[in-house]
Write a protein that binds this ligand. Structure first.
Ligand SMILES: Nc1nc2c(ncn2[C@@H]2O[C@H](COP(=O)(O)OP(=O)(O)O)[C@@H](O)[C@H]2O)c(=O)[nH]1
Ligand SMILES: [Mg+2]
Length: 332
């Protein structure tokens, strides 16, 4: 059996596990990344400096990030020397493998870290419009599907319509929302919500927050205060502080990750709007440059459009068909 046949079969068996939604969601990124890589790998007959330069350009163009690309290209150069490879097609599986290594990171647990004895509190942070409220709705739905009881806290008291938006999600999913009037102190809302969560003894409390970046210092102070209130009422909480990033903003998302990640006790990332963007390469940059796990990715606006992140599935969804495309191009 040819090398490509074997590779294709191994990819096929793995991608069976990948939902079609995941692949669909990455379609735009595939068109700027995978298709261009396939074209390069078939057009170029030899691995040389010009080949590496073009590969570099494609990866940077797909928002993989300059630092990450430089490191990746250096690694590939080393492998090419070590394995005495000179055909681009031989490099393709190595590229996939390297990307997977970068995405896997240090192998921290995926999924939500649950409180083994009591209420699990999950706090959502991130700037306006990235998808916090939507992700909370989707996550609440997931927990409900698992038979867990959920309560939501409307901690974005700042943005007009934010409380109502969370309530709409609450109704859709069938969970209650603890709220106060618009403009009230978010820490007070959190206090109320924690009391109510304890009184009802729910499994999960998910807290929304405001994300007004124009007032960075205040935002960080507000988040710290929310943390303190929750911690005081439930020791060990919040069990997760998830930073939501809009993948469609590309390098901006990486900047936000650096800004928040350092200060606000973030334990994991959610990358939204991967559907509809060609900048999916940003996931690789963020994963590589931050020591935070990507917990979920958002692939649409509906209830079931939240996917647990899995490095292997991500790379397979991105590169499924690449080996086949190269082989096909070569046959023609
Ligand atoms: N296509 C797509 N849209 C999303 C996704 N997540 C959120 N959105 C949309 O992004 C907009 C802002 O979301 P919202 O939850 O209000 O952001 P927040 O300000 O951070 O709470 C809304 O129109 C959402 O429907 C996603 O994964 N894919
Ligand atoms: Mg919101």
């Amino acid at each position: 059996m040819s090398f490509f046949k074997r590779l294709r079969e191994s990819i096929a068996s793995k991608t069976e596990a990948v939902t079609s939604k995941f692949k669909e969601g990455l379609a735009k990124t595939r068109s700027v990344l995978t298709d261009r890589v396939a074209e390069l790998f078939t057009r170029r007959q030899k691995i040389d400096e010009a080949f590496f330069e073009e590969l570099e350009e494609i990866l940077i163009g797909a928002d993989v990030g300059v630092n990450t690309v430089m490191e990746l290209i250096d690694d590939l150069r080393t492998e090419v020397k070590k394995r005495k490879i000179d055909q681009p097609s031989e490099l393709q599986p190595i590229l996939s493998e390297k990307l997977m290594d970068m995405l896997r990171g240090t192998g921290e647990e995926t999924g939500i870290r649950m409180n083994p004895d009591g209420i699990t509190v999950i706090l959502f942070v991130g700037v306006n419009g990235v998808g916090k409220t939507t992700t909370i709705g989707k996550l609440a739905w997931r927990f409900k599907q698992q038979g867990k009881s959920v309560l939501l806290a409307a901690g974005d008291t700042f943005r007009a319509g934010a409380i109502e938006q969370l309530e709409v999600w609450g109704q859709r999913v069938g969970v209650d929302v603890i709220k106060q009037e618009a403009g009230s102190d978010p820490a007070a809302v959190m206090y109320d919500a924690v009391q109510e969560a304890k009184r009802r003894n729910v499994d999960v409390l998910i807290c929304d927050t405001a994300g007004r970046l124009q007032n960075k210092v205040n935002l960080m102070e507000e988040l710290a205060k929310i943390h303190r209130v929750i911690q005081r009422e439930i020791p060990g909480a919040p069990h997760e502080t998830l930073l939501v990033l809009d993948a469609a903003t590309g390098q901006n998302a990486l900047q936000q990750a650096k800004l928040f990640g350092e200060k606000s006790g973030v334990t994991g990332l959610v990358l939204t709007k991967l559907d509809g963007t060609a900048k999916g390469g940003i996931v690789i940059a963020i994963r590589h440059e931050m020591s935070l796990p990507v917990k979920f990715v958002g692939l649409g606006e509906k209830m079931d459009d939240l996917q647990e992140f899995d490095a292997e599935q991500f790379v397979h969804a991105l590169f499924a068909g690449l080996a086949g495309a190269i082989e096909e191009n070569e046959e023609n």
